[in-house]
Design a protein around this ligand. Structure first.
Ligand code: IYR
Length: 228
């Protein structure tokens, strides 16, 4: 029998018990792919309510993501307050109008044509919940010195991906909204200086009917190189 715990350099390590050992990996991976291949970024939300427990569970799932030196450099701000959603929409649309009118190149706007996006962001009010993901660039130690976190974008990007996966798995929809610049979110939500906005995810159920662009995903061979 393996030891339940051991010590390395004075730190406790516990036995890794793989509860998934023995599952049919081919079937499970195929089924999970089929599930995830149905995920779409949907921009039209119904007013169907979302149980707060669902939001808590998907955030707990995101919180299981790996992170640089296990610093877990993220905060998930959950907004359901209609007045706060209205303020976020107003500020986001102000930036988006500038972006679409002045900041984005013609090529960029052409690339977005199939997605039918514009500066209007009604989903910021119609989605029952907005989750604003903040990255923690650094922490302050006891002497108020900045201690930088590691691989912050990678860590928060992975956590956001897991959050999106959990939303889809629970039967809800989301989309990745990235107003630019995003500092208005720090101000509106009164976030501390070490936090920067990373991504905004409206979460809810789709309006029926909802339509999404007829996009095709790259094939396995287009996204993979095998080195056998
Ligand atoms: N930030 C804008 C514009 C936008 C940019 C990309 I790249 C997209 O894939 C979609 C939209 C917005 O969030 O609408």
């Amino acid at each position: 029998m393996a030891e339940k715990e051991i010590e390395i350099d004075g730190y406790k390590h516990v036995l890794y018990e793989n509860s998934r050992l023995g599952v049919d990996a081919i079937r499970e991976s195929e089924e999970f792919y089929q599930l995830m291949n149905k995920r779409r970024s949907v921009r039209t939300f119904s007013d169907h309510p979302v149980d707060r427990k669902v939001i808590e569970n998907i955030i707990k799932t995101a919180g299981t993501a790996p992170s640089g030196a296990h610093k877990q450099p993220w905060t998930f701000c959950v907004v359901s307050n209609p007045e706060m959603k209205r303020k976020i929409r107003e500020a986001a649309e102000k930036e988006e109008r500038l972006s679409y009118e002045e900041r984005m190149s013609e090529r960029w706007k052409d690339d977005l044509k199939p997605l039918a996006t514009d500066a209007e962001k009604p989903f910021l009010e119609s989605a029952p919940y907005l989750i604003i993901v903040f990255k923690k660039a650094f922490e302050l130690d006891d002497q108020n010195n900045k201690q930088n976190n590691y691989y912050v974008n990678e860590s928060v990007g992975i956590a956001s991906g897991m959050l999106i996966t959990a939303v889809h798995h629970a039967g809800l929809i989301t989309l990745t909204h990235t107003p630019s610049p995003m500092n208005f979110l720090s101000e509106l939500l009164e976030r501390p200086k070490n936090e920067r906005p990373f991504l905004l995810l409206p979460i809810g159920y789709p309006e029926e009917p909802s339509y999404v662009p007829d996009l095709k995903r790259k094939s396995l061979s287009e996204i993979t190189e095998f080195y056998d």
